[in-house]
Design a protein around this ligand. Sequence first.
Ligand code: HEC
Ligand code: HEC
Length: 141
Amino acid sequence: MKISKYFVLSILIIAVAFLSQSFQTAPQRPPKTLKNIKAFPASMTYEQVDHAMDKFKVDLGVKCNYCHAQTKESAPKLDMSSDENPKKEIARAMIRMTMEMNQKYMSTIPHADTATIQAITCNTCHRGLSKPAAEPIVAVK
Ligand code: HEC
Ligand code: HEC
């Protein structure tokens, strides 16, 4: 039996039309919510927290699983709300410390060049390392 390529093509077109329709009518995903915020300001949105997390990753040179524990049911998927990974609590102390440095000190000291005021971030100390270098990083000449 020889199946016409036009027949195959029309089946494909119907399949694609059907699939795209079922995607359109699929229920919208519920918005992602924050369940366990203790150090960041309560006013932060999910997107803002997510953006801060991307910065942590780069500033400390780590991946999300450095601070976040795996889910019990579907490891290695991470459970971002869990506090089981002890690095997360250290990071919370670091968030509080960094915010206090900015609010209490950086905002009050006289700045030489007000056009380029730098806020203190994780990177100010960490420079891409999970544990900041104890010795000065000096360029090799
Ligand atoms: C340096 C440690 C660290 C890294 C790396 C990190 N996180 Fe987090 N994450 C935290 C801390 C600490 C909190 C809780 C902040 C608080 O309590 O205010 C948090 C909270 C979250 C939350 C909110 C959970 C909730 O339900 O409240 C999400 C989502 C999240 N992180 C995603 C990520 C993703 C995605 C990555 C990787 C891109 C990542 N994190 C990397 C430390 C980290
Ligand atoms: C003023 C400097 C400074 C800033 C700013 C800072 N850290 Fe740290 N951080 C340190 C030092 C120093 C250590 C090592 C402490 C130790 O020896 O136990 C450290 C350790 C850590 C650790 C534990 C690493 C390990 O090896 O167990 C995490 C996680 C961490 N910082 C996250 C953060 C995050 C996230 C931020 C930004 C919100 C941040 N830090 C901002 C100085 C800083």
